[in-house]
Design a protein. Structure first.
Length: 372
């Protein structure tokens, strides 16, 4: 009898220990190495801060959150490899990622096949939500962002002649197409469109073609490393234009380039325009990382919080988590986070307000004119 009682105590003890140290594991996928590793820095910092904030309050049923950082290098092939690794891991109920649209599109069918929900804090390609009922995102789409930028040129800048440089990838092409459509509707004049690949470095021959046409705006719906080259080489050729881009240019590479002063981009989050709920996040982020939070950090923080809230509410069941996220479908049911409210449409897409910010003396600041 004593042996049975002793064994029972041991079993209860170990069960209690397992409960005490149980974890909610959330993989966060982004480019942490490679050409866009600076984007991944904001994602990593936002995820770490979310993990700390959740764990200060212990978490659901005594379970703490554990963030696992997975590097996809913003490469579709590597994204597929990482997704395959994640679906073969134990105790994964949701993924936060990926960042690049091409990476998300590569990983999406792998998650969908095993009915694993995912939230992207940054992928804006218009097709993502249509391809899987298990994919959600707390960032606006490229059709909204591209149209918004054309509207900004027309209504705020009041300029007409536009030159476009875009990279041959899903993100850049989607933005370019949406921008072009709205620009045409508004009677803006696109004087040229030039595509390039990841390996291209010398843009002077292409820029020289348009110098005599005097573009008023050079629109670069791409990523920061190439945009920095295009801006500097334009100025070397004496081209005087306003440089405009999307959220893919939100990178310290451009802050470190004096030629990029005045560059304007869209963003879903600006610290000096953020609401009351963002104040603590911004303060904690500055204190911990000694830099300003960018929108990748803020959106990732919210995405981790949404993922945690789903598990806390419905438990560790993928279908219930998917249904819970799909049920956040109106302003009344919205998740209230540091980037404002987030709710999803029938495709798992969300609408966010867009802001314009610019580089001034090596810092991002809100543009003087904001559209409603």
């Amino acid at each position: 009898m004593r042996k049975i009682l002793y064994s029972s105590i041991i079993i209860i003890f170990f069960l209690a220990c397992n409960l005490l140290y149980a974890e909610i594991i959330i993989p966060v996928v982004s480019p942490f190495t490679g050409q866009l590793a600076t984007f991944g820095e904001g994602v990593k910092n936002g995820a770490i801060l979310a993990e700390e904030d959740i764990n200060k309050s212990i978490g659901a049923n005594g379970e703490k959150v554990k963030i696992i950082l997975e590097d996809d290098m913003c490469e579709p092939k590597e994204a597929a490899n990482v997704a395959t690794k994640i679906v073969n891991m134990k105790d994964i109920q949701i993924v936060v990622g990926h960042l690049c649209s091409s990476a998300t599109l590569a990983a999406l069918p792998i998650y969908k096949n095993v009915k694993l929900p995912a939230i992207s804090p940054a992928s804006t390609n218009i097709n993502i939500g249509k391809l899987s009922e298990y994919y959600f995102r707390n960032v606006y789409k490229d059709d909204f962002q591209g149209s918004f930028l054309a509207r900004y040129i027309d209504e705020a800048l009041k300029m007409k002649n536009i030159l476009i440089f875009y990279e041959n990838n899903d993100y850049s092409i989607g933005l370019k197409n949406a921008f072009e459509s709205e620009a045409k509707n508004r009677g803006l004049k696109i004087i040229g469109k030039e595509s390039y690949t990841t390996d291209d470095q010398d843009f002077k021959p292409l820029l020289s073609k348009y110098r005599a046409k005097k573009p008023e705006v050079i629109f670069i719906p791409a990523y920061a490393p190439h945009a920095s080259l295009i801006i500097s080489q334009s100025k070397e050729l004496g081209i005087k234009a306003v440089f405009l881009g999307a959220d893919g240019l939100d990178d310290k590479i451009l802050l470190q380039n004096p030629d990029a002063d005045g560059l304007m981009i869209t963003t879903p989050f600006i610290p000096d325009k953020a609401g009351e709920l963002a104040s603590k996040f911004i303060s904690d982020y500055r204190a911990k990382f000694k830099i300003e939070p960018n929108w990748f950090a803020a959106n990732t923080y919210d995405a981790v919080m949404i993922a945690f809230q789903a598990i806390k509410t419905v438990g560790k069941d993928r279908e219930k988590i998917r249904a819970y996220l799909a049920g956040i479908d109106s302003p009344e049911k919205a998740f209230k986070g540091v980037t404002g409210i987030t709710y999803f449409d029938k495709n798992g897409d969300c609408l966010k307000s867009a802001f314009i910010k610019k580089i001034k003396s090596g810092k991002w600041v809100g543009a003087d004119i904001q559209l409603k």
